[in-house]
Design a protein around this ligand. Structure first.
Ligand SMILES: Cc1cc2nc3c(=O)[nH]c(=O)nc-3n(C[C@H](O)[C@H](O)[C@H](O)COP(=O)(O)O)c2cc1C
Length: 367
């Protein structure tokens, strides 16, 4: 019997179903402020049990792509408030994904055109970002060479995350998700190939995990642990994150440490490189054994997979990314077995309402 469409108690909030809209950058905020079109986009998708917003940088330093809405200024908080109001008016629930890209940035996006920061000093090989080119137009450019954060600055970045969380709270979000996945700053600390540090944030698994766990603690102090989730992408190699021998041990250590913190959830994402699964049921079960709270899983999700994994009790909530782009009414379509529309990849990032607000709801009269 399916439970995907049943309500779910997430900390002290109730989700109306177990379908989560995965975070997706859409780069439609030229002034870095989430505006009316962004509010309408999320409103259209508010029947999801939980929406996780696109990554929103917590500081100008954390910005890695042009046209992405941030969450460090009063104007940005006011912009996001329009989004949360629009979703709450539809009785939806919404978390902000708090983001620091670390080394995956470009000097044209950084304050004073300074170098981006990272755990170490190596740039991502073949890394590209969407930033300002020499003639001040926007396009794909090579990422810049980073400088390692000093030991003291690591604590400052954790506090920037806490400020971002407080801002998210002021903007009316139901909670925040720390973006610990996909090769960005937290993963640059977790992976020994990018973390070449010799201070207390580098070396052993415990040391490499310290920045992430300290940030979780700072953010939990700011808004309450049950409002804090974290996204992780074990075994993912996106943005020059090579495999390492201790990957499973690193994430199982994190799972057991996070389990003690009474968080909203842990959100695992399989990057599915070339369509191949990196995270199998056995690994999900191993995480489940270490982490006692709610687990969300994303990556190539279907109704069938969601039902299989929830029936096996290895996940609680199923997150869908791309299907939500072209199907604002994805929950109703899944529930009724209605066909899904395929999204146009060319309008994933940047542009205006086209490919953003103009995907219709399914009309059952056409069946
Ligand atoms: C256009 C686009 C933007 C994305 N932006 C983000 C992001 O900001 N943060 C994040 O954690 N993942 C991001 N992702 C990854 C998705 O959250 C999701 O994990 C991925 O699309 C796999 O799920 P799917 O197969 O259901 O699409 C993005 C994916 C797409 C397609």
């Amino acid at each position: 019997m399916t439970r995907l469409f049943d309500s779910f108690q997430l900390g002290d909030i109730v989700l109306r179903n177990r379908v989560v809209m995965a975070p997706m950058t859409r780069a439609r905020s030229a002034d870095t402020i989430a505006g009316a079109v962004t509010a309408e986009y999320y409103r259209q998708r508010a029947t999801a049990g939980l929406i996780v917003t696109e990554g929103t940088p917590i500081s100008p330093e954390g910005q890695g792509y042009a046209y992405v809405p941030g969450i460090w200024s009063r104007e940005q908080v006011a912009g996001w408030h329009r989004v949360t109001d629009a979703v709450h008016n539809e009785e939806g629930r919404i978390f902000a994904q708090l983001w620091h890209v670390g080394r995956l940035s470009h000097t044209s996006l950084q304050p004073g055109r300074r170098q981006p920061v990272g755990a170490g000093a190596a740039p991502a090989r073949e890394g590209k970002t969407f930033a300002f080119t020499d003639d001040d137009t926007v396009g794909f450019v090579d990422v810049s060479t980073p400088r390692p954060l000093s030991t003291q600055e690591v604590g400052r970045v954790a506090r920037d995350f806490a400020c971002g969380a407080t801002n998210a709270w002021d903007a009316g979000f139901d909670g925040v998700e720390l973006h610990g996945a996909n090769g960005y700053l937290f993963e640059q600390f977790l992976n020994p190939s990018t973390n070449t540090r010799t201070d207390l944030y580098g070396g052993s698994i415990r040391h490499r995990a310290r920045f992430l766990l300290e940030t979780v603690d700072r953010v939990s102090e700011a808004i309450g642990s049950t409002r804090v989730g974290i996204r992780l992408s074990p075994f993912g190699e996106l943005f020059d994150m090579p495999a390492y021998a201790e990957t499973a041990d690193t994430y199982l250590y994190l799972a057991s440490e996070l389990s003690r913190r009474d968080l909203a959830y842990v959100h695992l994402v399989d990057q599915l490189p070339s369509g191949e699964r990196l995270i199998d049921v056995d690994f999900l079960a191993a995480v489940r054994a270490e982490y006692r709270g709610t687990i969300i899983f994303a990556g190539g999700m279907t109704r069938e997979l969601a039902e299989e994994l929830t029936a096996k009790n290895v996940i609680d909530l199923a997150a869908f990314g791309q299907p939500f782009i072209a199907n604002p009414d994805l929950v109703e379509r899944l529930q009724n077995g209605w066909p899904l529309t395929t999204a146009d990849r060319d309008s994933y990032y940047g542009g205006g309402a086209e490919g953003y607000l103009d995907y219709p709801r399914f009309d059952p009269a056409t069946v």
